[in-house]
Design a binder for this molecule. Sequence first.
Ligand code: FCB
Length: 446
Amino acid sequence: MPLRFPKDFLWGVATSAYQIEGALHEHGRGPSIWDNFCRQGGRIARGDTAETACDHYHRYREDVALIAGLGVGAYRFSIGWSRIQPDGTGVPNRQGLAFYSRLVDELLARGITPMLTLYHWDLPQALQDAGGWLNRDTAERFAEFAQLMARLLGDRVPHWITHNETFEHTVLGHALGTHAPGLTLGLDCFAVVHHLLLSHGQAVQALRANLPAQAQVGIAQSMAPARPATDSAEDRSAAALLHLLHERQHNEPLLLGRYPDELAALGLDLSAIRPGDLATIAQPLDFFGINYYNPNHVQATPPGSPVPLREAEAPAHYERTEMGWPIIPQGLTELLLDLRQRYGEKLPPLVITENGTAVPDALDAGGCVDDPRRIDYLDQHLLALRTAMDGGVDVRGYFVWSLLDNFEWAEGYRPRFGLVHVDYATQRRTPKRSYHWYRDLIAAQG
Ligand code: FCB
């Protein structure tokens, strides 16, 4: 028996601009922080770059046909900000706008609802040169960009997401430096957190002012239970600290209009907060997007270390993905039930905006890609989701990451997350067995 979900449940697939589009120098696009980051030696595995990626900029029609073939109701994609505003501000670039306009029309023509993410980590380089997310002015620029997009596509796009994963963008890009822009601020990156959240609030205001009343506006946040590596008191407090820095720091301002008191007790420099900011950040949302892959395991560092926690290996008995991530579907049930319990009425309806896995897929002699591990992963996570919904959590949709194999940031092209295999040398697309499995699961919902 296939799993059953509510009749109006929104099934989808997700991508992001930088990971699939390529065409980085076309039609007036300006450079983004990822263009620069990829050019710095040693940043990306094997020196991969996103110059061509999946060439989606030119092949979007073929890709929309693949989405349509799945029978999904919706497609989540992001806008490359520097295609629209090459310097991150001012008059929009018509050719950049035209691309997304064509994409949206193509989706609508095939009956697919567009879900648009404004920012999936690719800041225009010119804004980085002015301080990036450390600079409060970037929030203003983002709201201006949101307004532009709402005016262009508001009549055709019903679902809007401001940011993708403010925590990952802060930590990987600004604390650890493994993602663009490559800053290594450690615990000193609260201003980045705050300006990202502030820009979300300002963008929501700009969207509301320019979109039709029925438009749905939300955000997509990464979520992961924080698990201590051992049962020691030190590791347990490291897990509580990660929970504070990840989930509570990034989501309490959005949902409750305040930062946790514990942040000040940690000695973080909170001086970026100005009067009125928290009210701006805590805009009412129509949905809350959750990206889930796996719980995070964490351990304490020795006393006196600059940062009191570090990532730990998950227990060896868990199966791992090609990213090395442990496969723990119950983590999804656990986190959804926990969110409902902690935020109660303040929690908007949820949408799983990303979930999926990297598998070392290859074409077999017959030209097929058999990926039972991905099917298993998706099946188990949908069951975990169904369990949380049966437990009373209001979830309205589920998006597989990703439609296509794509440029997986610092890992380059090796990890393959797609339901569709991409041969990067020829750009040939081959739907994997999981593509057909997902299509059948959706069809079976009636
Ligand atoms: C998420 C990102 C997405 C992709 C997946 C694997 O954190 O939002 O772009 O890289 O991980």
